[in-house]
Design a protein around this ligand. Structure first.
Ligand code: FAD
Length: 433
């Protein structure tokens, strides 16, 4: 379907969680808003585990009741395992410092993203699917965008504002997206699929995310409906390359090598082909220009170990849309200070997760993370961050600081028992890819 107008107040590139959030906020504020999405919906996406702190955002958008009624699996926490099965730690969100973060959902993204997109349409946004934005040209009072549909039709539209929520794809040469700050973590690759037959814990714990920390990466299981579970492996690109194996064979070999992954997967089988995502940690240098903002993965993306991607994408998109709405009403560009603040605040927000991610990847600090009974209830602060509360209010701030200090000290003195990570002593038979 062609857009009904050729000029919009706001064009949003991409109908992932960031794009639909931005479009809902802008349309609710009365801006003529168009979302342009290159795929047809529903479409597969990875990133199925939500964080409880995002519930407030879903409520604010007016979509919470629809999410709650959609039949998604309830998620009350997560369980982390050492690879050899020697240690495990359960995080129950209700035990965190911040009340109101007890539960959220594990979502099949095809269904969740379609639900958010439909909601933005009901709020007043238009959506154009199966159409890619292939160029964005900046003008003094906005932008000209070139659109190309999957059946080859090309056309131009204009917009006063653009929010680029196009995720990690970069389909057009764009000054705003050129400069990157690579994250200082090892280059990693994720190999994943949906499985059936993955064993689950009994009762409400059956909705937990399970994570196994391996010596050079990690492994996840996330239940997405009664039958299917999202299962994936994150490893270093160098380990995959050195193995000489195809990604699926490497996945199978890694699962077979570790007691915890073997136990978690049982006799499960993949029901879709394996997907591979490589080199995914980066930030753009700046997220805002006078009439254009980057939101969600288009602005930056880092390791998904703590399931922060969708929450950060929606949070950034809401902030971006609020800035656009205010400046549009006042008939002006974004001020340089607003552009800087938007970038700085989002990087600060993401920085809290990054500190936790570095602790998780550090073999020594991982033992502190896994400690079942740390002093001063430090883990209750970490628990709230794992639930998505990355705004460091005092009760979380001091516990998190102390947690990071204990992690550093653990390198000098074993304050908590060390957890061995590798488990390569007794490999089981490696299934063929
Ligand atoms: C292995 C892995 C596991 C993950 N696990 C989790 C998890 O458990 N929980 C979590 O919260 N996050 C997770 N994430 C992160 C999560 O997937 C992303 O952070 C999230 O999808 C970002 O949303 P977004 O809206 O910014 O981008 P996307 O969801 O990527 O949406 C972008 C949309 O833009 C469209 N698009 C792109 N370019 C154009 C264009 N030029 N024109 C038109 N349309 C365009 C795309 O088709 C797409 O639909 C994971 C990521 C990876 C790689």
């Amino acid at each position: 379907m062609a857009p009904s107008l050729s000029h919009y107040d706001l064009v949003v590139i991409g109908a992932g969680p960031a794009g639909s959030t931005a479009a809902t906020v802008a349309a609710a504020a009365g801006l003529r808003t168009l979302i342009v999405e290159k795929e047809t919906f529903p479409r597969f996406r990875i990133g199925e585990s939500l964080l409880p702190h995002g519930n407030g955002l879903l409520r604010e958008l007016g979509v919470w009741d629809k999410v709650a009624a959609a039949g998604f699996i309830e998620k009350f926490g997560a369980r982390f395992h050492a690879a050899n099965g020697s240690a495990s730690k359960e995080i129950i969100f209700a035990n965190g410092i911040i009340p109101g973060l007890e539960k959220t959902y594990q979502v099949e993204r095809a269904k969740f993203d379609a639900l958010l997109l439909d909601h933005s349409r009901e709020t007043g946004a238009e959506a154009l699917l199966a159409t890619a934005v292939t160029a964005v040209e900046e003008r003094s009072d906005g932008h000209t965008l070139t659109l190309k549909s999957t059946d080859g039709d090309a056309r131009e539209i204009t917009a006063a504002w653009v929010i680029d929520a196009g995720g990690r794809d970069n389909l057009f040469p764009d000054e705003a997206k050129r400069r990157l700050e690579p994250e200082a973590l090892d280059r990693r690759v994720a190999i994943y699929a949906h499985f059936e037959g993955v064993p689950r814990e009994a009762g409400w714990r059956g909705g937990h995310t399970a994570i196994v920390r391996l010596d050079d990466g990690w492994f996840w299981t996330i239940p997405i409906d009664a039958a299917r579970t999202s299962v994936g492996l994150v490893t270093t690109t160098s380990a995959l390359r050195a193995s000489g194996l195809k990604p699926e064979a490497f996945f199978n070999q890694t699962v077979a090598r570790h007691a915890s992954t073997r136990a978690l997967l049982g006799d499960a089988r993949a029901v879709i082909g394996f997907h591979v995502t490589a080199d995914y940690s980066y930030f753009r240098e700046s997220f805002a220009r006078p009439r254009r903002l980057l939101a969600g993965d288009a602005a930056g993306f880092f390791d998904p170990i703590f399931s922060s991607g969708v929450y950060i994408a929606m949070h950034s998109a809401r902030e971006a849309a609020r800035l656009v709405v205010r400046a549009h009403r006042e008939g002006r560009d974004l001020r340089p200070a607003e552009q800087r603040r938007y970038t700085r605040e989002l990087k600060k927000h993401a920085g809290v997760f990054l500190k936790l991610i570095r602790a998780f990847y550090d073999n020594t600090s991982f033992s502190v993370f896994m400690c079942p009974t740390p002093p001063l209830a430090l883990d209750r602060g970490v628990n709230s961050i794992v639930a998505g509360h990355s705004r460091l209010t005092w009760p979380i701030w001091w516990r998190f600081r102390l947690f990071l200090i204990v992690c550093r000290l653990q390198h000098l003195f074993p304050l908590v028992p060390r957890i061995p990570l590798g488990d390569r002593s007794a490999p089981a038979a490696v299934p063929a890819a």
